[in-house]
Design a protein around this ligand. Structure first.
Ligand code: NAD
Length: 210
């Protein structure tokens, strides 16, 4: 969990540093980062030390070199290949969102579906039958997968992905599946997110106004 939190903070550092760079700043101190993000400066320094980002007490950190290091850590300097299982309504939307992901160094390289009617090996992002899945993962050294199959098929599909040594899964089905030592599974439940949002808005509206 600690590592996940640190990665989240790294993303926040990255966004802030790009903003500062756009404003013309070249260097930054851990205090500035800490103030902007509402964390302690010792935590910022600890995070940077853990990730091997060096700076000096007096001179601060060079923004460009921290960004290069962070992008390297986040794997943005090499394209991360992702496959998608279940090319239905949601899956198709992801496949068609190609450019948006490419900007972030992420490329959905193939879709897979059980329905022969969905197979289109000549599409911009090719869609293959499930029987091709294992070979494709091995031949293309795939580590990440998005799962957009119906809930009833999600456990079976995730078991197949785990057996093929997929290391990271983004699961959009409503079935919450636990990570294992070998595979990190992030469950995205849009319904729960919406319910949480509605609850928060309603709570806010209940607060007395001045
Ligand atoms: P969909 O029915 O349109 O598509 C599902 C696809 O998965 C189909 O193409 C189907 O052939 C394929 N599939 C079924 N079993 C499979 C298997 N064993 N292996 C490989 N492919 C298989 O569904 P959808 O609306 O795209 O939703 C997909 C998932 O995302 C669902 O679990 C749904 O609950 C969840 N979800 C959807 C939305 C949405 O807005 N559509 C929102 C939130 C969550």
């Amino acid at each position: 969990m600690d590592r996940q939190d640190r990665i989240k903070r790294l993303l926040n550092y990255k966004n802030l540093l790009y903003q500062l760079q756009n404003l013309g700043f070249v260097k930054v101190f851990s205090d500035n980062i800490a103030d902007a993000l509402g964390v302690s400066s010792s935590l910022v320094r600890k995070d940077f030390a853990i990730f091997g980002i060096a700076g000096s007490q007096k001179g601060g950190y060079e923004i460009a070199s921290i960004l290069a290091k962070i992008n390297n850590i986040l794997g943005k300097n090499q394209v991360q290949k992702v496959i998608l299982i279940g090319v239905g309504r949601l899956g198709t939307a992801f496949l068609q969102y190609g450019k948006g992901f490419t900007d972030e160094g992420i490329k959905i390289v193939a879709g897979f579906d059980i329905d022969p009617g969905k197979i289109d090996e000549k599409a911009a992002v090719p869609i293959y039958p499930m029987s091709n899945l294992a070979d494709f993962i091995r031949d293309n050294d795939i580590k990440f997968a998005i799962v957009t199959v119906p809930e009833s098929a999600s456990r079976q599909v995730i078991d197949i992905l785990k057996a093929e040594k997929i290391q990271g899964i983004l699961n959009f089905t409503s079935l919450k599946i636990k990570s294992t030592d070998e595979t990190i599974i992030n469950n995205v439940n849009i319904e729960h997110e919406l319910a949480r949002l509605i609850y928060n808005v309603n709570q806010k509206n209940k607060e007395p106004h001045d």
